[in-house]
Design a protein around this ligand. Structure first.
Ligand SMILES: Cc1cc2nc3c(=O)[nH]c(=O)nc-3n(C[C@H](O)[C@H](O)[C@H](O)COP(=O)(O)OP(=O)(O)OC[C@H]3O[C@@H](n4cnc5c(N)ncnc54)[C@H](O)[C@@H]3O)c2cc1C
Length: 324
Protein backbone atom coordinates (compact mmCIF):
# COMPACT_ATOMS: atom_id res chain seq x y z
CA UNK A 1 0.00 0.00 0.00
CA UNK A 2 1.30 3.48 -0.87
CA UNK A 3 2.38 5.40 2.23
CA UNK A 4 1.68 9.16 2.11
CA UNK A 5 3.70 11.57 4.24
CA UNK A 6 0.54 13.28 5.50
CA UNK A 7 -3.14 12.29 5.24
CA UNK A 8 -5.55 15.13 6.02
CA UNK A 9 -9.05 14.14 7.11
CA UNK A 10 -11.59 16.84 6.19
CA UNK A 11 -11.67 19.15 3.17
CA UNK A 12 -13.12 22.21 4.92
CA UNK A 13 -11.26 25.53 4.64
CA UNK A 14 -8.64 24.43 7.17
CA UNK A 15 -8.03 21.01 5.59
CA UNK A 16 -7.80 22.62 2.14
CA UNK A 17 -5.24 25.19 3.27
CA UNK A 18 -3.34 22.49 5.19
CA UNK A 19 -3.14 20.36 2.02
CA UNK A 20 -1.79 23.34 0.07
CA UNK A 21 0.77 24.18 2.75
CA UNK A 22 1.89 20.54 3.03
CA UNK A 23 2.45 20.54 -0.74
CA UNK A 24 4.46 23.70 -0.35
CA UNK A 25 6.70 21.75 2.03
CA UNK A 26 6.98 19.02 -0.67
CA UNK A 27 5.08 16.49 1.41
CA UNK A 28 3.26 13.64 -0.32
CA UNK A 29 -0.33 14.55 0.70
CA UNK A 30 -3.68 12.80 0.69
CA UNK A 31 -6.88 14.83 1.37
CA UNK A 32 -9.99 12.85 2.34
CA UNK A 33 -13.45 14.47 2.32
CA UNK A 34 -16.72 12.70 3.09
CA UNK A 35 -18.90 15.08 1.05
CA UNK A 36 -19.09 15.35 -2.73
CA UNK A 37 -17.42 18.77 -2.66
CA UNK A 38 -14.64 20.53 -0.78
CA UNK A 39 -15.29 23.60 1.36
CA UNK A 40 -16.81 22.44 4.68
CA UNK A 41 -19.11 24.75 6.64
CA UNK A 42 -18.70 27.92 4.53
CA UNK A 43 -19.96 26.20 1.42
CA UNK A 44 -22.47 23.84 3.07
CA UNK A 45 -23.97 26.14 5.70
CA UNK A 46 -23.48 29.73 4.55
CA UNK A 47 -22.50 29.85 0.86
CA UNK A 48 -23.79 33.42 0.33
CA UNK A 49 -22.99 35.02 3.69
CA UNK A 50 -20.20 37.59 3.54
CA UNK A 51 -17.24 36.68 5.76
CA UNK A 52 -15.43 39.83 6.87
CA UNK A 53 -12.62 38.44 9.03
CA UNK A 54 -10.37 36.69 6.50
CA UNK A 55 -7.04 38.52 6.13
CA UNK A 56 -6.66 40.20 2.76
CA UNK A 57 -10.36 40.18 1.92
CA UNK A 58 -12.65 43.21 2.39
CA UNK A 59 -15.46 40.64 2.41
CA UNK A 60 -15.82 37.23 0.78
CA UNK A 61 -18.71 34.75 0.46
CA UNK A 62 -18.37 31.11 1.56
CA UNK A 63 -18.56 30.06 -2.08
CA UNK A 64 -15.88 32.52 -3.21
CA UNK A 65 -13.53 31.64 -0.34
CA UNK A 66 -13.83 27.96 -1.23
CA UNK A 67 -13.16 28.69 -4.92
CA UNK A 68 -10.02 30.68 -3.96
CA UNK A 69 -8.78 27.90 -1.67
CA UNK A 70 -9.41 25.35 -4.42
CA UNK A 71 -7.46 27.47 -6.92
CA UNK A 72 -4.56 27.81 -4.47
CA UNK A 73 -4.60 24.05 -3.80
CA UNK A 74 -4.77 23.44 -7.57
CA UNK A 75 -1.22 24.82 -7.93
CA UNK A 76 -0.17 21.28 -7.02
CA UNK A 77 -1.57 17.98 -8.26
CA UNK A 78 -2.79 16.73 -4.86
CA UNK A 79 -4.42 13.39 -4.25
CA UNK A 80 -7.93 14.47 -3.22
CA UNK A 81 -10.59 11.84 -2.52
CA UNK A 82 -14.16 13.14 -2.31
CA UNK A 83 -17.10 11.00 -1.08
CA UNK A 84 -14.61 9.23 1.19
CA UNK A 85 -15.48 9.06 4.86
CA UNK A 86 -12.84 8.05 7.37
CA UNK A 87 -14.30 5.44 9.72
CA UNK A 88 -11.33 4.43 11.90
CA UNK A 89 -7.69 5.26 12.63
CA UNK A 90 -5.13 2.65 13.60
CA UNK A 91 -1.86 4.32 14.62
CA UNK A 92 1.37 2.40 15.13
CA UNK A 93 5.03 3.27 15.65
CA UNK A 94 5.74 4.31 12.05
CA UNK A 95 2.44 5.75 10.86
CA UNK A 96 -1.32 5.39 10.73
CA UNK A 97 -3.73 3.16 8.77
CA UNK A 98 -6.94 4.98 7.87
CA UNK A 99 -10.04 2.87 7.24
CA UNK A 100 -12.60 4.59 5.02
CA UNK A 101 -15.83 3.61 3.28
CA UNK A 102 -13.70 3.45 0.10
CA UNK A 103 -10.93 1.22 1.41
CA UNK A 104 -7.79 1.64 3.52
CA UNK A 105 -5.03 4.24 3.23
CA UNK A 106 -1.66 4.51 4.90
CA UNK A 107 0.22 7.65 5.98
CA UNK A 108 3.25 8.46 8.13
CA UNK A 109 1.20 11.22 9.83
CA UNK A 110 -2.45 12.20 9.98
CA UNK A 111 -4.02 15.62 10.47
CA UNK A 112 -7.62 15.56 11.66
CA UNK A 113 -9.45 18.63 10.27
CA UNK A 114 -12.99 17.33 10.58
CA UNK A 115 -14.44 20.59 11.94
CA UNK A 116 -18.05 20.26 12.99
CA UNK A 117 -18.04 16.63 11.82
CA UNK A 118 -19.32 14.72 8.84
CA UNK A 119 -22.27 16.51 7.23
CA UNK A 120 -25.34 14.62 6.11
CA UNK A 121 -28.21 16.34 4.28
CA UNK A 122 -31.32 16.55 6.48
CA UNK A 123 -33.69 13.98 4.99
CA UNK A 124 -37.22 14.38 3.64
CA UNK A 125 -39.38 13.15 6.52
CA UNK A 126 -42.65 13.10 4.53
CA UNK A 127 -43.78 9.68 3.31
CA UNK A 128 -42.08 8.95 -0.05
CA UNK A 129 -40.88 6.01 -2.15
CA UNK A 130 -37.28 5.52 -0.96
CA UNK A 131 -36.31 4.04 -4.35
CA UNK A 132 -36.78 7.50 -5.91
CA UNK A 133 -33.91 8.92 -3.81
CA UNK A 134 -30.90 9.75 -5.94
CA UNK A 135 -32.85 9.76 -9.22
CA UNK A 136 -35.99 11.86 -8.69
CA UNK A 137 -35.66 12.90 -5.06
CA UNK A 138 -32.28 14.57 -4.87
CA UNK A 139 -30.29 15.96 -1.93
CA UNK A 140 -27.01 17.01 -3.55
CA UNK A 141 -27.46 18.06 -7.18
CA UNK A 142 -24.53 17.35 -9.46
CA UNK A 143 -24.75 18.39 -13.09
CA UNK A 144 -27.38 21.11 -13.65
CA UNK A 145 -28.01 19.71 -17.15
CA UNK A 146 -29.69 16.69 -15.50
CA UNK A 147 -32.57 19.11 -14.80
CA UNK A 148 -32.91 20.37 -18.38
CA UNK A 149 -36.56 20.48 -19.52
CA UNK A 150 -37.72 18.90 -16.25
CA UNK A 151 -40.44 20.11 -13.91
CA UNK A 152 -38.50 20.73 -10.71
CA UNK A 153 -39.67 21.42 -7.18
CA UNK A 154 -37.19 22.70 -4.60
CA UNK A 155 -38.04 22.09 -0.92
CA UNK A 156 -36.50 24.52 1.59
CA UNK A 157 -36.35 28.18 2.50
CA UNK A 158 -32.66 29.00 3.06
CA UNK A 159 -29.95 30.48 0.86
CA UNK A 160 -29.03 27.18 -0.70
CA UNK A 161 -32.64 26.32 -1.69
CA UNK A 162 -33.11 29.80 -3.20
CA UNK A 163 -29.77 29.60 -5.04
CA UNK A 164 -30.72 26.24 -6.57
CA UNK A 165 -34.19 27.47 -7.59
CA UNK A 166 -32.64 30.50 -9.32
CA UNK A 167 -29.86 28.47 -10.94
CA UNK A 168 -32.38 25.96 -12.34
CA UNK A 169 -34.91 28.51 -13.56
CA UNK A 170 -33.25 29.05 -17.00
CA UNK A 171 -32.56 25.31 -17.46
CA UNK A 172 -35.67 23.48 -16.23
CA UNK A 173 -39.11 23.45 -17.88
CA UNK A 174 -40.57 24.83 -14.64
CA UNK A 175 -39.31 25.46 -11.10
CA UNK A 176 -41.35 25.77 -7.92
CA UNK A 177 -40.10 26.31 -4.37
CA UNK A 178 -41.93 24.97 -1.30
CA UNK A 179 -41.31 26.52 2.12
CA UNK A 180 -43.18 26.15 5.40
CA UNK A 181 -43.00 29.87 6.23
CA UNK A 182 -44.19 32.90 4.25
CA UNK A 183 -40.75 34.55 4.61
CA UNK A 184 -37.57 33.03 3.21
CA UNK A 185 -34.38 32.91 5.30
CA UNK A 186 -32.02 33.86 2.47
CA UNK A 187 -29.91 36.89 1.69
CA UNK A 188 -32.22 39.86 0.93
CA UNK A 189 -30.90 40.24 -2.64
CA UNK A 190 -31.50 36.52 -3.32
CA UNK A 191 -35.05 36.68 -1.94
CA UNK A 192 -35.75 39.71 -4.17
CA UNK A 193 -34.30 37.86 -7.17
CA UNK A 194 -36.54 34.88 -6.35
CA UNK A 195 -39.63 37.08 -6.12
CA UNK A 196 -38.78 38.69 -9.48
CA UNK A 197 -38.07 35.35 -11.16
CA UNK A 198 -40.34 32.86 -12.93
CA UNK A 199 -40.00 30.43 -9.98
CA UNK A 200 -43.43 29.63 -8.50
CA UNK A 201 -43.49 30.16 -4.74
CA UNK A 202 -45.59 27.75 -2.63
CA UNK A 203 -45.81 29.03 0.99
CA UNK A 204 -46.61 28.25 3.79
CA UNK A 205 -46.70 24.56 2.88
CA UNK A 206 -45.26 21.33 4.24
CA UNK A 207 -44.76 18.31 2.01
CA UNK A 208 -47.25 15.72 3.24
CA UNK A 209 -46.47 12.86 0.86
CA UNK A 210 -44.66 12.12 -2.41
CA UNK A 211 -46.11 9.45 -4.69
CA UNK A 212 -44.66 8.01 -7.89
CA UNK A 213 -46.96 8.01 -10.91
CA UNK A 214 -46.71 7.53 -14.68
CA UNK A 215 -45.84 11.21 -15.21
CA UNK A 216 -43.17 11.46 -12.51
CA UNK A 217 -44.24 12.35 -8.98
CA UNK A 218 -47.29 13.79 -7.25
CA UNK A 219 -46.21 16.01 -4.35
CA UNK A 220 -49.00 16.56 -1.85
CA UNK A 221 -48.78 19.78 0.14
CA UNK A 222 -50.36 20.49 3.51
CA UNK A 223 -50.99 24.18 4.21
CA UNK A 224 -49.76 25.44 7.59
CA UNK A 225 -52.52 28.05 7.66
CA UNK A 226 -54.93 29.75 5.32
CA UNK A 227 -54.39 28.12 1.93
CA UNK A 228 -56.10 24.96 0.65
CA UNK A 229 -54.21 21.63 0.30
CA UNK A 230 -52.51 21.27 -3.07
CA UNK A 231 -50.99 18.53 -5.22
CA UNK A 232 -48.10 19.48 -7.50
CA UNK A 233 -46.55 17.55 -10.33
CA UNK A 234 -42.74 17.16 -10.48
CA UNK A 235 -40.16 15.18 -12.40
CA UNK A 236 -37.54 15.99 -9.79
CA UNK A 237 -37.74 17.09 -6.16
CA UNK A 238 -34.64 18.81 -4.82
CA UNK A 239 -34.67 18.57 -1.00
CA UNK A 240 -32.69 21.35 0.62
CA UNK A 241 -33.35 21.24 4.35
CA UNK A 242 -29.72 21.95 5.31
CA UNK A 243 -27.19 19.62 6.87
CA UNK A 244 -26.80 17.85 10.21
CA UNK A 245 -23.27 17.27 11.45
CA UNK A 246 -22.07 14.51 13.70
CA UNK A 247 -18.80 14.56 15.64
CA UNK A 248 -19.26 11.34 17.62
CA UNK A 249 -16.70 9.69 15.33
CA UNK A 250 -13.84 11.35 17.25
CA UNK A 251 -14.65 9.27 20.33
CA UNK A 252 -14.61 6.07 18.25
CA UNK A 253 -11.14 6.97 16.96
CA UNK A 254 -9.80 6.85 20.53
CA UNK A 255 -8.79 10.53 20.70
CA UNK A 256 -8.56 12.32 24.04
CA UNK A 257 -11.44 14.83 24.03
CA UNK A 258 -12.88 17.66 26.09
CA UNK A 259 -16.61 18.19 25.49
CA UNK A 260 -16.32 16.44 22.12
CA UNK A 261 -13.33 18.47 20.91
CA UNK A 262 -9.83 17.04 20.43
CA UNK A 263 -7.25 18.05 23.04
CA UNK A 264 -4.02 19.14 21.33
CA UNK A 265 -0.55 20.18 22.46
CA UNK A 266 1.08 23.44 21.29
CA UNK A 267 2.30 21.66 18.12
CA UNK A 268 -1.27 20.32 17.49
CA UNK A 269 -0.34 16.77 18.39
CA UNK A 270 -3.18 14.67 19.78
CA UNK A 271 -3.10 11.84 22.31
CA UNK A 272 -2.62 9.29 19.47
CA UNK A 273 0.84 8.64 18.01
CA UNK A 274 1.47 10.38 14.64
CA UNK A 275 -1.97 12.04 14.73
CA UNK A 276 -2.35 15.85 14.78
CA UNK A 277 -5.54 17.94 14.70
CA UNK A 278 -6.42 21.50 13.66
CA UNK A 279 -9.43 23.75 12.97
CA UNK A 280 -12.86 23.62 14.58
CA UNK A 281 -12.33 20.00 15.70
CA UNK A 282 -9.75 20.94 18.36
CA UNK A 283 -9.71 22.59 21.75
CA UNK A 284 -7.05 24.28 23.87
CA UNK A 285 -7.20 27.24 26.28
CA UNK A 286 -8.91 30.23 24.58
CA UNK A 287 -9.40 28.38 21.27
CA UNK A 288 -11.44 30.50 18.81
CA UNK A 289 -13.51 28.65 16.20
CA UNK A 290 -12.58 30.96 13.36
CA UNK A 291 -11.23 30.33 9.89
CA UNK A 292 -8.28 32.70 10.45
CA UNK A 293 -7.34 30.79 13.62
CA UNK A 294 -7.41 27.45 11.81
CA UNK A 295 -5.36 28.87 8.94
CA UNK A 296 -2.65 29.63 11.52
CA UNK A 297 -2.83 26.16 13.07
CA UNK A 298 -2.23 24.39 9.72
CA UNK A 299 1.42 25.52 9.14
CA UNK A 300 2.22 24.95 12.82
CA UNK A 301 1.05 21.31 12.63
CA UNK A 302 2.67 20.64 9.25
CA UNK A 303 6.00 22.17 10.23
CA UNK A 304 5.97 20.04 13.40
CA UNK A 305 5.31 16.93 11.27
CA UNK A 306 8.02 17.86 8.75
CA UNK A 307 10.55 18.40 11.58
CA UNK A 308 9.75 14.88 12.76
CA UNK A 309 9.87 13.33 9.26
CA UNK A 310 12.98 15.30 8.21
CA UNK A 311 15.00 16.24 11.32
CA UNK A 312 17.81 17.43 9.03
CA UNK A 313 15.70 20.46 7.90
CA UNK A 314 15.82 22.79 10.88
CA UNK A 315 14.34 26.15 9.99
CA UNK A 316 10.84 26.97 8.75
CA UNK A 317 10.96 27.90 5.06
CA UNK A 318 9.18 30.93 3.70
CA UNK A 319 7.07 30.37 0.60
CA UNK A 320 9.01 33.12 -1.20
CA UNK A 321 12.17 30.95 -0.82
CA UNK A 322 10.53 28.24 -2.91
CA UNK A 323 10.61 28.14 -6.67
CA UNK A 324 6.88 27.96 -7.56
C1 LIG B 1 -23.40 30.17 10.15
C2 LIG B 1 -21.90 30.24 10.38
C3 LIG B 1 -21.23 31.42 10.12
C4 LIG B 1 -19.84 31.50 10.32
N1 LIG B 1 -19.20 32.67 10.05
C5 LIG B 1 -17.85 32.77 10.21
C6 LIG B 1 -17.16 33.97 9.92
O1 LIG B 1 -17.75 34.97 9.54
N2 LIG B 1 -15.79 33.98 10.09
C7 LIG B 1 -15.09 32.89 10.54
O2 LIG B 1 -13.86 32.97 10.66
N3 LIG B 1 -15.74 31.73 10.83
C8 LIG B 1 -17.10 31.64 10.68
N4 LIG B 1 -17.75 30.47 10.99
C9 LIG B 1 -16.95 29.34 11.50
C10 LIG B 1 -16.19 28.66 10.36
O3 LIG B 1 -17.10 28.22 9.35
C11 LIG B 1 -15.40 27.48 10.91
O4 LIG B 1 -14.47 27.99 11.84
C12 LIG B 1 -14.66 26.74 9.78
O5 LIG B 1 -15.55 26.23 8.83
C13 LIG B 1 -13.82 25.61 10.36
O6 LIG B 1 -13.21 24.96 9.30
P1 LIG B 1 -12.75 23.42 9.41
O7 LIG B 1 -12.08 23.12 8.10
O8 LIG B 1 -12.02 23.21 10.68
O9 LIG B 1 -14.10 22.59 9.57
P2 LIG B 1 -15.39 22.43 8.61
O10 LIG B 1 -15.65 23.67 7.84
O11 LIG B 1 -16.45 21.91 9.53
O12 LIG B 1 -14.94 21.29 7.57
C14 LIG B 1 -14.70 19.98 8.03
C15 LIG B 1 -14.79 19.05 6.83
O13 LIG B 1 -14.43 17.73 7.26
C16 LIG B 1 -15.29 16.79 6.62
N5 LIG B 1 -15.31 15.58 7.44
C17 LIG B 1 -15.80 15.46 8.70
N6 LIG B 1 -15.66 14.20 9.14
C18 LIG B 1 -15.06 13.50 8.13
C19 LIG B 1 -14.65 12.13 7.97
N7 LIG B 1 -14.84 11.22 8.93
N8 LIG B 1 -14.06 11.77 6.80
C20 LIG B 1 -13.86 12.68 5.80
N9 LIG B 1 -14.25 13.98 5.89
C21 LIG B 1 -14.83 14.37 7.05
C22 LIG B 1 -16.63 17.51 6.57
O14 LIG B 1 -17.48 16.96 5.56
C23 LIG B 1 -16.20 18.94 6.24
O15 LIG B 1 -16.14 19.19 4.85
C24 LIG B 1 -19.12 30.37 10.81
C25 LIG B 1 -19.81 29.17 11.07
C26 LIG B 1 -21.19 29.10 10.87
C27 LIG B 1 -21.92 27.82 11.15
Amino acid sequence: MHEYDIAIIGGGPIGMFAAFYANLRSADVLLLESRSELGGQPVALYPQKTIYDIPGFFGVSGTELTARLAKQLGRFSSDIRLNTKVIALTPDETGVTLSTDRGDFRARSVIVATGAGAFEPRPLTAKHPVELEGTQIIYTPGDLNDFANQNVLVAGGGDSAIDWALALEPIAASVGIIHRREAFRGLESSVTALQNSAVTIHTPYLIQEVRANDNGMAVELRPLHGAAPATLHADKLLVNYGFASDNRQLRDWGLDLTRGQINVASDYKTSLPNVYAIGDAVTYPDKQKLIATGFGEAPAAINAIMRRLHPEIRQTLHSADLNL
